[in-house]
Design a binder for this molecule. Sequence first.
Ligand code: SF4
Ligand code: SF4
Length: 706
Amino acid sequence: MTKAVVVGSSIYESDVMSRFKNLFSFVPMIWVYEQKGGLGCNYFIENFDVGQIEYQNVAEILSDFDLIIITSKVSEQLIEIINDLKKAKIDLANFPYYVACKNEQTVNINVNFGSDISPMQVNSCIAQVLDNLKSSGYEVNFAISTEEYLKVFSVIESYKYPDFTIKLSFNSKDVDKSYELDNSNYNGIIKLIIQDLKEYARDVVNKERYIKRDILDYGSKDKKNIHVFETSRGKFLFKTCDRSYIKISDDYFKMIEAYETYDIKKLTEDFSYSTLEYFNMLRSWERQKSKEFLALTSSKYVKISNMNDVILSLLGKRRCNLRCKYCFSGHEFEEVTRLSDEEVIKIANHVITGNTEINLHLDNYIGGEPTTDFEDYQRMHYLLTYYHKSCNISTSFGFLTNGLGITKEQLLWLKENNPYVGFSLDGCERVNNKIRVDKTGKGAYKKTVKSIKLLRSMDWPVQIGVSCVVTAQSLNIKRTFLHFIHNMDIHNVVIKPVRASSNKDFALNMSDFHLLKNGYKVLFKYIYKKAKAGDISYLKSMLMPLDYAGRFFIRVFMGDRVIVKRCGAGEHIHSVGNDACIYPCDSFNGVKEMMLADTRKDEQYNNFKVPFVTFDEKLTDCKSCWARYLCGGVCQYVQYVNNYEYNSVIKMECELAKYLIESSINFWIMANEEFSQETLKEIGEHITKIGFKPAKSKYSFFYAPC
Ligand code: SF4
Ligand code: SF4
């Protein structure tokens, strides 16, 4: 696909920009603006401020694109850079607005701009007319007569979709319609021009033809950008790139159904032009945004807002006193020797690569089970705390334990140094003991609970958490969730579906989907009922960043982040084995073919990156999925253990994500209607408190957590 970059001189020329964006709506565009004084450039797509770039990097950025469009006067220095690149180029810096056109399907209009109208207002008038007509589904272009402009537009034409076109000309000699536009009637006249042109368009474009083209367009490009669904509160339309929803009438719902079934007769007979045009307008915005996301994610300058939150997991000796059936740790890798101080520092250096902006989170860094060599845990804690202080890097530590054999002394040290403790537990005794067993096959529930009680008896300063895995053998999610809250007084609950190969009896396959879905449905209903009555404690327990459902609830509530990757494995997530090798994440730890680096040999191997959801995944059609910017795609590890076969396990993961996203949208639709303002405010404050700062803009890119 052709990629274009727009080069201009000021970010304030938005009217000029939108006019040109309109003309070039068929290519994804990134805009580079030169600042006044020629000191450097700002590089962004609309609201995505990718940041300031140095002059020496401008050439590198521009070389990524096939087409450079210059929309306003820029410095000679920049022109020189552009000329040196020898790329296809269109210079529209001095483009005037008049033309005469001879095409049959042409409406000639004459707009006489009053003397009080500024060039900016002229631009704005043109932009509004073009935007409105084009987003209603009519191809409207400036028509041009001079040879010079024909040359320019021959480049544009070569990229255009071949279709019906209404030519729009301003200030031509032979006019069909004439308008006098001055400051006193500015907005009214623009509306009138739009209305007249639309009527003209409807006359010249036969409805059936319009719908036929529209239907083709819908199926090929837009289906992925909208999603309609029905709830107890009515019918809704979800906009994929905007991640927002609007209520639609029964009529619109029927119309969209007709689009989806390609029912041309119904569309032609049952729906008016204006209904169809409105729908087109909705999709047009999404279509444009989609192109922008694609352009940005295909650029090496793409900015990910949470990139600096680096998670380093040091699995260390991997010794564990349990043999949980779904464990990825690989007990054949268990070691007696520890990673040396030098090795740990070398690994930390490798991961942070000298970036002092980083927030480093160290996860479970003596796993499997950190209590099996607590001394080593303490050594690492002191070592890394000291190291990060000296590098001026903020650090936090995680401590996830099965609790077996944890002593009072260990807890006393943790209370002092790292009180954020999470216990691995999969539910009540019966459920937990099916999966979390020791070498002899005996369930670990009682011992874990005993440790939790011991910790409780010590007047623990912060809330403890629980990490629970749902398998095919534990689908009653509400019961599990409430077991932690009611029976164990634990209120930070993270529940995740198991990651496994389809041949395991505990793996979640499509055959379990109905029960799993129902398990979540019953849980959400309960949480909703409680919150509606003013008790949001249950909701808070679920709104955990790592909880599989909670993450979607948070994303929909916040509405400000575009999830572009399933996770940051290999980029901001790193996992280290007892071989001092770095892997993309804990699940991949020990998988030699996925190894990123061997720090003992000083060798760098794989450059593994999770693909952006905007590009086709190996197995699913994420790039055309309506839920993609809330989901991020399928876990790479699940794909790997299933040999990249689109099997029942992968399908289940995908269907579950869609179900949970739709459920969370539905939850907030109802909550916004029925919860009090105080309750909604309290929920917002809680989400901020657990670490979700509002993003810089509604279109900021993020990786999802694991
Ligand atoms: S994993 Fe499924 S739900 Fe998520 S983006 Fe891909 S297709 Fe959509
Ligand atoms: S989502 Fe999958 S690939 Fe990503 S970090 Fe988690 S287990 Fe690894």
